[in-house]
Ligand binder design. Sequence first.
Ligand SMILES: [Zn+2]
Ligand SMILES: [Zn+2]
Length: 228
Amino acid sequence: MKCVLCQSLLKNQLAFRELLLGSQVKNHCCETCLNQFKLIDSSIEQRCVYCKKISKEMICEDCQYWKTNEMVLESHYVLYEYNEAMSEFMTSYKFQGNRTLAKAFSSDINQVFKRLTYDMVIPIPLSKKRLADRGFHQVEKLLEDARVDYDPILKKRRHTRKQSGKTKEERLKTIHSFYINQSDQDIIHQKTIILVDDVYTTGSTILQAKRYLLSKHAKKVITFSLAR
Ligand SMILES: [Zn+2]
Ligand SMILES: [Zn+2]
């Protein structure tokens, strides 16, 4: 087994039996590469209680804004800081379409879901156009490689401009039009859902999707992203 980032051989290779049984999910990322990424640990840094952004205040500016806009705020689950290594990772994975990179953090992602209690997992959808351009859904691929089952029932109505091309103010104001087909809406009734995105920036996308799911009578919506 090789590191998907630098192609060096991984020391802790899966035993043949484990491969056969498919019983273990590993990060396909070597120690050296993994050390470039920074795990977020709220216990050692001052971070926003909700979104985990570095913040002197208990509640960061973005979350203050969401609070006044009647968003339901709860602690966001996130693994990694969006640092330079993560930015490079996302460029290669998402924008250059290097989909094998999805395996880099599979074990980390798998562990998060093992710790949480939930009924179903829903990925943040891509617009049809974005999906066609990219050729794969980057969030679904992360979940698949981490062996996390998901229900891709949340849909996005139309193509909106890329988040990265917007100012912060524009991102905060973007109205995302999410929907679930009428025939699927009963599935989420009174369910605890984990809503998953790859990157959390201001929270605009995931919080609006969360609000939509709650309006369709989900019991609880936990949010998770690989990075923030
Ligand atoms: Zn490596
Ligand atoms: Zn915050």
